[in-house]
Design a protein around this ligand. Structure first.
Ligand SMILES: Cc1cc2nc3c(=O)[nH]c(=O)nc-3n(C[C@H](O)[C@H](O)[C@H](O)COP(=O)(O)OP(=O)(O)OC[C@H]3O[C@@H](n4cnc5c(N)ncnc54)[C@H](O)[C@@H]3O)c2cc1C
Length: 418
């Protein structure tokens, strides 16, 4: 049969690419290792699936760093966040906007997103084989050949690889694609966990488990004291260290350094009163301290803090009391306290690794991929999309958007006859 396209991996990228290639006229076979499609879609966004962002194409692209943003420019123009929402609406999944630029299905059910993707794929005529693990990828004369675990093989002129990364391996994404890239002699940027909780060895941090900070500002410093990144998003203390969107967004720098053998600590500094400057705090506390009555510190903070967090800041400032009277604090104590709440210092010794990472950073170096079609340069008929590419964005629907947009280009291009 003519115009055959093979697609490996039925996650977000594979389902989208297969449907688009079939809709463009190709005969498409989609191979999935696990018994079902879209397992990560089902697990995503706390089973609500934050499928894209309210940001425009350009602003969304910029969140992938300089290289990623340049690479994604065309893909995000062709399938922008707005166009993706429109297409989901047509597929019977209207969407709604949520805080932090997020977009969810109106039903709040990730299953609706997965089901709509699968239904579109089947409606387009894609032959879907689940429980069908690809073991090896070979370049053969005139195209590509896949060897399967079941001993069978399949060949086609064109092949789209979308087996994902290696985070949350229980969803089926076990990093198989990296071995195939190596076998094909393609350049791989070392995969590391991203959007992953950070660990802290200090018991006082772990004792704050369950405390959350909705309006904090977080800065991550490397072991040499250099600022790596900053983020103003919610932070959560856990029994191992820190999590929450703000923490996940900056975590990849720690993962990269650890993968490179860095043994020293990173440091997170949390601004617990981001809406108030140091000078304003100095003035407020000085005025409160000179007044009459029993003024407790807590009641003078513009953003009230959870009691345990206030106590931790006071301990870091060297105060013997949990909620002292302001009038009883010396100027030096007030100064140290303000330093602690404007930059609560938390030592960081690592991440929770691939098991708890929402995405994998690293993958196929995008320098060898044509950003207009996702075709791998110098490998006629081979396309790569989704998380196997060296692309990772922050929390907020950006990673699905990148998977869908790159899959849109790969599906369209693979369906075109060379
Ligand atoms: C818990 C969790 C929550 C998340 N929440 C969000 C969110 O709300 N919003 C967001 O934007 N992103 C979210 N992400 C990230 C998002 O899920 C991924 O970026 C996205 O799924 C990547 O899509 P993909 O198709 O490239 O890879 P995947 O979704 O990983 O799909 C790869 C598919 O390939 C299959 N496969 C692997 N190897 C083989 C093989 N050898 N043969 C055949 N098939 C194979 C796998 O079984 C899998 O089905 C979340 C991730 C996790 C883990």
């Amino acid at each position: 049969m003519e115009n055959q396209v093979l697609v490996v991996g039925a996650g977000a990228a594979g389902l989208w690419a297969a449907a688009r290639a079939a809709e463009a006229g190709a005969h498409v076979t989609l191979l999935e290792k696990t018994p079902r499609t879209g397992t990560k879609v089902l697990a995503s966004g706390g089973t609500r699936c934050n499928l894209t962002t309210t940001l425009g194409a350009q602003a969304a692209g910029q969140l992938f760093g300089q290289k990623g943003s340049r690479f994604l420019r065309h893909a995000l123009r062709v399938l922008s966040p707005l166009e993706l929402r429109r297409q989901f609406e047509v597929m019977g999944v209207p969407t709604v906007e949520a805080p932090l630029d997020k977009v969810f299905p109106q039903s709040n059910r990730a299953r609706d997103v997965r089901d709509a993707l699968e239904a579109r794929t089947l409606r387009a005529g894609v032959k879907l084989h689940v429980d069908c693990a690809v073991r090896a990828v070979h370049a053969v004369s005139g195209g590509w050949k896949l060897s399967m675990d079941n001993g069978k093989s399949l060949s086609a002129e064109r092949l789209i690889l979308c087996p994902g990364g290696k985070s949350y391996a229980r969803t089926g994404s076990t990093g198989d694609g990296y071995g195939w890239l190596a076998d094909l002699d393609l350049p791989l940027v070392e995969p590391v966990p991203a959007l992953v909780p950070l660990t802290s060895p200090d018991p006082w941090v772990q004792e704050l488990s369950g405390v959350s900070l909705q309006a904090g500002e977080l800065r991550l410093y490397d072991p040499d004291g250099k600022l790596c990144s900053k983020r103003s998003r919610p932070v959560l203390f856990t029994h191992r260290g820190l999590s929450g969107p703000g923490v996940l967004d900056v975590s990849v720098a720690v993962a990269r350094a650890k993968a490179a053998g860095e043994a020293r600590m990173f440091e997170v500094r949390l601004d617990l009163q981001p809406g108030t400057t140091r000078e304003e705090l100095v003035r407020k506390l000085r005025e409160a301290g000179s007044g009459k009555g029993s003024r407790r510190l807590q009641s003078y903070l513009p953003d009230p803090l959870p009691r345990r967090l206030l106590a931790a800041a006071l301990r870091q400032a060297g105060s013997p009391e949990e909620d002292p009277l302001i009038s009883g604090m010396t100027k030096d104590q007030r100064h140290r306290f303000i330093e602690a709440i404007k930059g609560l210092s938390i030592p960081i010794d690592g991440t929770l690794g691939f098991d708890r990472a929402e995405v994998t950073a690293g993958g196929l170096d995008v320098a060898c991929v044509d950003s207009g079609s996702m075709a791998v340069r110098g490998r006629e008929g081979l396309f790569v999309c989704g998380e196997l590419l060296d692309l990772d964005g922050p929390i907020g629907g950006l990673n699905f958007q990148a998977a869908f947009s790159t899959a849109e280009l790969a599906g369209q291009a693979a369906a075109r006859k060379p």
